[in-house]
Design a protein around this ligand. Structure first.
Ligand SMILES: [Mg+2]
Length: 344
């Protein structure tokens, strides 16, 4: 759609914009007593603890609109919000979404963002129950509050890990970081020569992992079915190294991770080779994976392998005095250090 055909937000004003956006969303959760339309949302959970988490996404810091479709961004924002709720072994039920937008965005752009939010709400079983919309001087600012419930005795903190517990990981690591590197590379090439078309073929997986990541609702459902209540859990959003250190600190434990057990997708290896980055470094420090890292008693080893075949046991906790190390197949011990996004 050409910019000239789009509706300026000033043509609608804040209240009519909110009216128009709220029509996109329907309420489905029984626990949402009141959604958009009053001063506050009203939520009622019976016999459950309430879990609340917040996530802030700023243009130029967390996302780049040159290559991020607004619909994908809406979906990713919700994924980031609910991933923290799943990491508590809880179920998200409502989100509040706040948007700060500059004049360069039109009503249709925000509707596109909302379309992604709506798909995510349907996928994760959420109600968009409120939020705020305001003007920003430059760029797009997005904030999500995710609210959920945990059944009694199911809440899982970072602090419950015991030495000798198994360290388990869902999915694979480093792919989202590689997807970002690919998009950044093509952006640089395009800036140098706008006639050149971006070369993205053959890298669907790493692109999807960056642009439209999934939070592991499926794993929380599987854990409940087994049933397995992890002793501790965290979502891997800043990179495995940083996140396992958070878990170790809270659990007052050390850790051993076996390098050859780190799950890394073949496409991640392929692109890492192409741009001469070590795939293991991307797996340890890449971030944006939204996988779950949890601990379970060593007695659960066979149950985990049988009931949760798509989970990798990548190591174990140990005494805090033994520190946090990655062990290579040739028996070298590399100390794990937190680097986060900007470390590579
Ligand atoms: Mg988290």
């Amino acid at each position: 759609m050409k910019t000239s055909e789009k509706t300026a937000i000033t043509a609608l004003g804040e209240f009519r914009l909110i009216d128009r956006l709220s029509k996109i969303i329907e309420l489905k959760q029984p626990s949402t007593v009141k959604g958009i339309g009053d001063d506050a949302a009203v939520i009622r959970y019976k016999n459950a603890e309430t879990v609340v988490s917040a996530e802030l996404f700023l243009e130029g810091i967390h996302f780049d609109l040159t290559y991020t479709p607004l619909k994908h961004l809406g979906y990713k924002l919700v994924t980031a919000g609910v991933s923290d709720i799943y990491a508590m072994n809880a179920t998200p039920r409502q989100i509040l979404l706040s948007i700060g937008l500059s004049k360069r965005f039109a009503v249709e752009d925000i509707e596109e963002l909302y379309a992604g939010v709506k798909i995510a709400c349907e996928h994760y079983g959420l109600d968009l129950a409120g939020g705020d919309t305001t003007t920003s001087l430059t760029g797009l600012a997005l904030h999500i509050t995710a609210i959920g419930e945990a059944a009694e005795g199911k809440m899982t903190y970072r602090s419950g890990g015991k030495k000798t517990d198994l360290l388990c990981l869902t999915g694979d690591l480093g792919a989202a970081y590689m997807g970002l590197q690919l998009l950044e590379r093509e952006k640089r090439i395009f800036a140098g020569n706008p006639q050149k078309q971006p070369q993205l073929e053959g890298y669907d997986y790493i692109l999807r992992r960056h642009l439209k990541p999934e939070a592991r609702k499926d794993i929380i459902d599987m854990l409940a079915q087994c049933p397995i209540v992890p002793t501790s859990m965290i979502d891997v959003s800043d990179g495995l190294a940083s996140d396992v250190l958070h878990l170790c600190k809270q659990s007052e434990c050390g850790v051993r991770i076996y390098l050859e057990r780190l799950p890394i997708a073949s496409e991640t290896f392929r692109f890492a080779d192409e741009i001469h980055i070590d795939a293991v470094t991307a797996a340890l420090h890449g971030g944006d994976d939204y996988e779950l890292l949890f601990t379970a008693p060593v007695t659960m080893h066979d149950t985990i392998q049988k009931e949760l075949p798509n989970i990798d046991i990548i190591g174990h906790l140990c005494d805090a005095s033994e520190g946090a190390y990655l062990l290579t197949p040739d028996n070298q011990a590399i100390e794990l250090t937190a680097q986060g996004w900007k470390g590579i």
